[in-house]
Design a protein around this ligand. Structure first.
Ligand SMILES: Nc1ncnc2c1ncn2[C@@H]1O[C@H](COP(=O)(O)OP(=O)(O)OP(=O)(O)O)[C@@H](O)[C@H]1O
Length: 328
């Protein structure tokens, strides 16, 4: 379990992490989301004792990171895949980590096997592709067989097979009762992997809830209607004060009314329906809805802009947070 209590980090004038309090629990994959610059990496670094909090505290299974003897056996983390001594082979890199944490050398072979790097174990890490470096970072995280795992953008650089592999790895680690805390900008991937979400914006906690609740609470209820009596249906909806939008293929879409209400109206007026379905928003849509006021960095006509406050951007712009690959 990871417990944050009032965790705060200030860099000069910049409040990178602002009074964060939440608990990452065992047995589930917890996704950590936020637009660029929201403070995710800073939070993860503080969890690992790599950055000192300005205020507040972090507890790893009840203890501060600095109090853990052989920390890799409590918490394994992948923060920066390229933060490896490039001149060392994958095997030697892992062996050094194992020796400094009281982990037997045979575990090095085991984790190399788990991540699929056995064939290149003696190759120098500096020649690894980003995907191979990610796998090496994951091997290091698994080395101490820890109860808690933390991954910052673990699928960055992985091919589709690699992405699927890390997804099932994280799910199986959680199913074994471990705590799995993972950040990603790939919303579609996160939707398939995480059961619980912690969302931050401009350093502040925006949501801490199940994936299902997050999507339900940050979505507009949408209903899709297909009928051979489109004009009559539109009249009935209009009379009932419900606005429908006409979509391609003869579909109607309604926002803000439930399917039950529309079905009852159709039945009352004996209108034939070929389809009546509630549409669920995607995680990406729900995320954009929640974080619209917290996106700091916007792209517009090829120029980067930074907004100061919590309001929307001055210019119409697309957030770059969702479903973009972050280069590391
Ligand atoms: N060492 C530092 N010195 C000064 N400012 C920093 C430092 N590290 C981070 N920041 C600032 O703190 C804020 C949070 O950065 P952080 O990297 O934690 O965000 P993030 O959510 O991980 O972003 P991304 O999704 O882009 O990786 C940003 O405004 C960043 O510029």
């Amino acid at each position: 379990m990871i417990e944050l209590e009032g965790l705060t980090k200030r860099y000069g004038d910049k409040l990178a992490v602002d009074n964060l309090t939440f608990t990452v629990r065992p047995g589930t994959v917890t996704g950590f989301l936020g637009p660029n610059g929201a403070g995710k990496s800073t939070t993860m670094r503080m969890i690992l004792g790599l950055d000192h909090p300005t205020a507040g505290s972090v507890r790893i299974d009840g203890r501060r990171y600095q109090e853990l003897k052989d920390p890799l056996t409590y918490i394994g983390a992948l923060l920066d895949a390229k933060a490896v001594h490039g001149g060392r082979s994958a095997y030697n890199h892992l062996l050094c980590l194992a020796q400094s944490n009281g982990i037997p050398a045979r575990r090095v072979d085991e984790v190399l096997d788990i991540v699929g790097l056995t064939p290149v174990a003696r190759k120098k890490a500096k020649n690894f592709s980003l995907g191979m470096s990610q796998r090496l970072g994951i091997a290091a995280a698994l080395l101490g067989d820890p109860r808690i795992l933390m991954f910052d953008e673990p699928v960055n650089g992985l091919d589709p097979e690699g992405i699927q592999w890390i997804r099932s790895l994280m799910k199986s680690l959680a199913a074994q009762g471990r705590t799995v805390f993972v950040s990603s900008h790939l919303m579609s991937e996160m939707a398939l992997t995480a059961d619980h979400l912690v969302v931050i914006g401009q350093g502040r906690l925006l949501a801490d809830m199940s994936m299902a609740d997050f999507i339900a609470q940050n979505s507009q209820c949408r209903v899709r209607i297909r009928t051979p009596e489109r004009e009559r249906m539109l009249d009935v909806l209009h009379t009932a004060g419900i606005t429908a939008v006409e979509k391609d293929g003869g579909l109607l879409e309604v926002e803000g009314s439930r399917a039950e209400r529309i079905g009852e109206l159709a039945a009352e007026h004996r209108i034939v329906l070929h389809e009546l379905s509630s549409q669920q928003s995607s995680l990406e849509e729900a995320f954009m809805q929640l974080t619209a006021g917290s996106v700091e960095y916007h792209a517009h006509t090829g120029q980067a802009q930074q907004t100061g406050g919590t309001g929307p951007a001055v210019v119409p712009a697309q957030p770059v947070a969702a479903d973009t690959k972050k280069e590391s």
